[in-house]
Write a protein that binds this ligand. Sequence first.
Ligand SMILES: Cc1ncc(COP(=O)(O)O)c(C=O)c1O
Length: 500
Amino acid sequence: MVATRREFTYMQPALDQAQTPFLDSLLVEKHRWQTSFHMPGHKGTLEPDPKLVDYWGGNIHPADLVEINGIIDYLHAPKGALKAAQELAARAYGADYTFFLVNGSTVGNITSIMATCGRGDEVIMPRASHRSVYGGVVLSGATPVYVAPDYIAEVGFPLATDPAAVTQLLAQHQHVKAIHVTSPNYYGYLSDVAQIAELAHAHQAAMLVDEAHGSHLAFHEALPASAVQLGADMVIQSTHKTQSALTQGSMLHCNDGLVNVARVAQILALLQTSSPSSIILASIDAARQFTATRGNELLQQALQLAQYAREAIRDMQNLWCYGEDLVGQKGIYAYDPTKLVIRVNETGWSGFEVYNKLRYEHGIDAEFADLKHVICSVTMGDTELSILKLINALRAISQEDSGKPVLNYAFALPTTLPEMVMSPSDAYFAPAKTVSLEQSLGEICAENIIPYPPGIPIIVPGERVQREHLDYLLYIRSKGSGVVGPEDRSLSTLRVVTTS
Ligand SMILES: Cc1ncc(COP(=O)(O)O)c(C=O)c1O
């Protein structure tokens, strides 16, 4: 049996979604004013640093309660209030089983691969996956099979995973145990998860979806459907990114079929702290309650505000806001209208410069920027006021003269992926040495090198450093691009596997 497409609407959940069982259990305990000879060491009574009080008020320490057998439920073996909270979440998102996570989607991605792939098993994944997916590959010992980065050079950001590319890879690889896709990606673009799930299941492979940016999708009919309903076996969501959970608060949803939920729980216990923060867990419980009961109404507002902003930006000189115009290209199946991907290069400024102008001249923090774009997330927390402030700031910027020509560039990423000589796991744990970047030609890389933008790894552990990739690294080093992964982030040196 495999997970299948299912009918679901946010109005369906039968359990009482107004309840917050885990949060309530903490409130009862907080108001008992027990005398504690228990962790945490501050005991809720030790006077916090005045600067901390200035930062978050005086109430966080007393609220920082930890598991007490039979009273405050335990993340790694929930039996009471937390179990009930996770059941409510599973019902709200339409999953068969839901885990709360206190280490973000990062731990969910790693777990999804470790739970479905063993050493030497193959996992199909887009090259432009988040680094936590690479973490899952290293820790599981799986062998990645990459869907080549699909991007349009002029657009300049990774797009989506094309089912046709997956079909081709499945025909060439016999040991695929899982397909892991990111949908929506950082820019709000979605892949055809339903079709890819069917392909996966025809090969008895598990369908894993990094939906870090899509925890809100299930709650409004005008949004693309969540992968939980599209036949995915495991879906990872950052409840803190698009809902109201505190940072790190996330969920891992599992559907019956190919996933062994008990094994998933074991892996999560291996990777997550044994002292999970009740504050984060309570915020996940409350975020689910809020979105399940008020999400539809507030997402309606967010969608209207985002649409208003998109149209206003499209009318501004030298600016453009992407949306439906990229759907249908390069595997893009749908887009999330709450993400505003604003192209700014025709102003002459780069995305980074406009990001800084928004921050320092207009008091606005965008989500992130790349060379050509600034990306803003609209959520249930936005109001007419916040959107008007953004529109006014962008209009002012669009009317300024930068004194610079249009910033025209097209990505010229290496045209081939480097040769994989060893699995990422073998290379990551192999004896390694440090050499200068120039000397690394022909060596087997022992670390990830992921330049931002566009966030597509150039080399990962186990791959040979070839001329084309080395030249690209020398080029981005000369431009001072940000790089994630290597020990030496200045890229003067590289860790390579010691082969003799
Ligand atoms: C696509 C994607 N997946 C996973 C993650 C990790 O999420 P978290 O920060 O919740 O660990 C991110 C973070 O930005 C992301 O962009």
